[in-house]
Design a protein around this ligand. Structure first.
Ligand SMILES: [Zn+2]
Length: 138
């Protein structure tokens, strides 16, 4: 049983298509430079580390830690029931790859900077699933 998804639906573009296709499969897919090995997020078609355009897509672990966070008390878009947490999550593959996402399955007062988290996917539509993060056990 799934709850109705009432938040805005992301619209993939050429650079982010693989990210959203991966999310649909429940795999976190990040741009990856084939020349220098740098992970790239937000999705771009040129590596910001070495300027190569030889950029592909890599499925990552989905494990990371909360780099910083905020608790929204004022609704910023339709479908967001306040208060709700928004965090920048650093991926374990590369600390400066950070994903902006909601934190789920955790009381607001327990969400902390440095907390280990793992990705899970919220199915918004048959075509779009949203990466969110929950506390990691172990
Ligand atoms: Zn590169």
């Amino acid at each position: 049983m799934t709850e109705e998804y009432t938040r805005p639906i992301p619209i993939p573009d050429a650079a982010s298509a693989a990210y959203w296709e991966g999310a649909k499969r429940h795999e976190l897919t990040i741009k990856h430079c084939n020349d220098c090995g740098y992970y790239i997020h937000y999705p771009k078609t040129r590596c910001p580390n070495c300027w190569s355009t030889n950029v592909g897509d890599a499925v990552v672990s989905g494990r990371g830690t909360i780099y910083t966070l905020t608790i929204h008390h004022v609704p910023s878009a339709p479908g967001f029931e306040t208060p709700y947490p928004v965090a920048l999550v650093s991926l374990e593959e590369q600390e400066d790859v950070r994903i902006l996402a909601n934190i789920v399955e955790c009381p607001l007062e327990d969400i902390k900077v440095g907390m280990p988290v793992e990705v899970v996917f919220k199915d918004a539509t048959p075509e779009i699933s949203i990466p969110v993060f929950r506390p990691r056990k172990g």
